[in-house]
Write a protein that binds this ligand. Structure first.
Ligand code: ADP
Length: 682
């Protein structure tokens, strides 16, 4: 025992004091060793024996560093000693070893005992912080596992991370997670680490894992326990027998979805009941993570399904519309020809009805295509200059006639300060107004239809304009006001039966307006009428008129003797076009695809090409590209007017830089075709 400074009391007092001190050391819940300045142990307390396994006899007179410091930490221990001598006290967390060589995480206090300015001894106090550290580590591990699981998509990717994390506290050479499929009674091993065996898919029958699932509880089984279970017929031991086996169920609510297992082939004391509790805790966390993942996956899957079905629907609608449009174009084209051919009066009635129905059907088909295009964001708005008065006059012309037929008065009123020349997309503006006017016509049986245009604001060269279309028709109940702008929505169930229509018109208007940064609203009362109001910005042009004023449609002169190459694969479309062109005195040459058109161009001269964009072998886009890159200036500069099924049906990205002079929509309006040819022909 240490030689304390002689006290002044009697021998009895001294004894009592010693006993008192001894009692004190031994009741302190920390391991204490007192050494000489050179590290020779003179005293340890009871807790020291508990922690390191050395009895007092085994410890005293040995060097403390030889006794409890692991080899690789010897240098550090010497440093701690000298720091303690200098500063009187040094505190740190480090590793020490016990009598059996097991490493112990300790919090160490090394202090010098100084009497009369002289260091007479060293005091070492150790506190076992293994559990603390393990808990700290566990927190860290759980955090890392949760984070990883949220980031990774697949359990296969999460498993290696779990193993890596768990390896911080256990030897995870033989670790696996088995996912349990209740219906097929099988276990799948999305991840398996085993130094001896490898399984990837196993039936549950008689496996230890299966047994855990049946027991529905966590187990720690040693070699002998496993043998007993095998003898009782509960399990069949396959593969290499292990010394100790831990299995904890992964549960979601009360259902077992798998088992997390850890085994050791060498030491049956490798894992304790404490480890089992920790595994249990981690399993709970992992189960939550897997559940979260599953919910997320199901959600993603459900969303994907919804998206896919929407896409399939869109694709189906587009394909059907395209398919319907080709024969429809032919019908309308032929109807146009019939009208030109001076039919009898009674026949004219039928032909006109045929034309009206054909056009109506075409509008519907184009609407569907248009809507799908807009829905998928593939719409580009033109920015062309046009004369607003001419534009409105054109509308006036077509709707005053139709209004008269229904004995309705029709008027377009425009404010006096409106700009003359504006920049925007006339086709789309026409489409919006036509939709609103067609509805007004459709739903009004007496009274009037009025279009009002005024300028709300002018900033720089932008004019914010308000268009209102007012009718005195059947009106719309208030609760339907916002719904009618949804696609396929109609104000009442019998609308289609009574008035026709698909419920797409207003949805298209709204899309077209909003995509151009505008708004549309409705005010309406049943039986009183409706007012549709939309606001849209148009550019204001300083330049004079660029629009060519259309001459009387009957005046089809000026193209006589011109040579036009028509590249068109559809026989009926060509037949119709050819009839009109010949009628206007044009010499027509036919090419059935882009390649043939190129061949003919090499041999003959033409004033213009009418080019269908969709053709077999070589389409019009490719043919135009080759023509525009030709070395021969005669070929390179030839005007090309594209024939296209609908303004929206081609990919704008592709044809934007092709230098096509103009477009004619199929089925072509003869007047339109004539005007476009005349505009571009030299
Ligand atoms: P559609 O006219 O093809 O049915 P719309 O989208 O153009 O489709 O219109 C949707 C619905 O809004 C119509 O079915 C009708 O019930 C109502 N509606 C639209 N315009 C008017 C109007 N001017 N007067 C009365 N109801 C209208």
């Amino acid at each position: 025992m240490i030689d304390f400074k002689e006290s002044q009391g009697s021998v009895l007092d001294e004894k009592r004091e010693k006993a008192f001190l001894e009692h004190l050391y031994n009741s302190i819940p920390a391991a204490i060793a007192i050494t000489s300045t050179s590290g020779i142990i003179s005293m340890i307390n009871r807790e020291f024996t508990n922690l390191f396994g050395f009895t007092s006899e085994e410890a005293v007179n040995n060097n403390i560093n030889d006794l409890v410091v692991p080899d690789d930490l010897k240098e550090e221990a010497i440093r701690i000693d000298s720091l303690a001598s200098m500063n009187n006290k040094e505190v740190r967390q480090t590793l020490r070893k016990d009598k059996f060589g097991n490493k112990i995480h300790v919090s160490l206090v090394a202090a010098s005992i100084v009497i009369d300015n002289e260091i007479v001894a060293h005091l070492f106090i150790y506190r076992d912080i293994t559990t603390e550290r393990k808990n700290q580590l566990l927190q860290e591990i759980l955090f890392n596992i949760s984070t990883a699981a949220l980031k990774q998509y697949d359990i296969k990717e999460i498993c290696p991370i779990i193993v890596h994390e768990l390896s911080k506290i256990w030897d995870t050479n033989n670790f696996f997670i088995a996912l349990y499929d209740k219906t097929s009674e099988t276990l799948s091993l999305p991840f398996f680490a085993d130094e001896k065996d490898s399984f990837y898919e196993i039936p549950i029958t008689k496996t230890i894992t299966g047994w855990v699932i049946k027991q529905n509880k966590s187990v720690l089984l040693k070699e002998n326990d496993l043998k007993i279970l095998e003898e009782a017929g509960d399990i069949d031991l396959v593969g290499t027998p292990c010394k100790v086996w831990i299995g904890v169920p992964l549960r979601i609510e009360s259902n077992i979805i798998g088992v997390m297992c850890l085994q050791d082939y060498h030491d049956e004391n490798k894992f304790s009941q404490d480890d089992l509790s920790v595994m249990d805790f981690i399993a709970n966390q992992i189960a939550i993570v897997i559940q979260r993942r599953m919910i997320l996956d199901n959600l993603i899957l459900a969303t994907q399904k919804v998206e896919e079905s929407a896409l399939t629907k869109q694709l189906f609608m587009s394909t059907m519309s395209h398919e319907i449009r080709t024969p429809l174009n032919e019908v309308i084209g032929l109807t146009n020809l019939l009208i030109q051919g001076n039919p009898r009066e009674d026949q004219m009635e039928y032909i006109k009805t045929l034309k009206f129905s054909g056009n109506h059907l075409l509008t519907l088909v184009n609407d569907v295509l248009d809507y799908n295009k807009m829905d998928s964001g593939k719409i580009v708005f033109e920015q062309t200059q046009f004369n607003l008065s001419d534009f409105l006059e054109e509308i006036m012309r077509s709707y005053s006639f139709r209004s008269k037929a229904k004995h309705l008065s029709f008027d377009i009123k425009k404010a006096s300060n409106l700009p003359d020349e504006v920049i925007g997309d006339p086709t789309r503006l026409n489409q919006i107004l036509s939709n609103l006017l067609s509805n007004a016509l459709k739903f009004t049986n007496q009274g009037s239809i009025t279009v009002l245009i005024k300028e709300l604001e002018r900033t720089g060269n932008q004019s914010k304009m308000e268009f209102t279309v007012t009718d005195t028709g059947i009106g719309i109940p208030k609760n339907m006001h916002s719904l009618i702008f949804d696609r396929f929505a109609q104000a009442s169930q019998d609308t289609t039966r009574r008035f026709g229509g698909t419920g797409l018109g207003l949805a298209i208007c709204k899309k077209l307006i909003e995509l151009q940064g505008g708004t549309i609203t409705v005010e309406s009362e049943p039986k009183k009428g409706s007012t549709f109001r939309f606001v849209i910005s148009l550019g204001v042009s300083e330049k004079g008129s660029q629009t060519q004023t259309a001459e009387s449609p009957e005046d089809y002169t000026g193209l006589e003797g011109k040579r036009i190459l028509v590249a068109e694969d559809n026989k009926i479309n060509f037949f119709v076009a050819n009839r009109f062109l010949i009628g206007w005195g044009i010499t027509v040459t036919h090419a059935e695809n882009g390649q043939l058109a190129l061949d003919i161009l090499e041999r003959e001269d033409f004033d213009l090409i009418l080019m269908d964009l969709h053709m077999p072998i070589m389409d019009g886009i490719e043919a135009t590209r080759i023509i525009r890159n030709s070395e021969n200036p005669k070929i390179r500069n030839i005007p090309i007017v594209a024939l296209t099924a609908a303004i929206m049906s081609e990919s704008y990205d592709e044809i934007d830089d092709l230098n096509i002079n103009d477009y004619v929509l199929k089925p072509f309006n003869p007047h339109d075709l004539f005007e476009r040819i005349r505009k571009h022909i030299k």
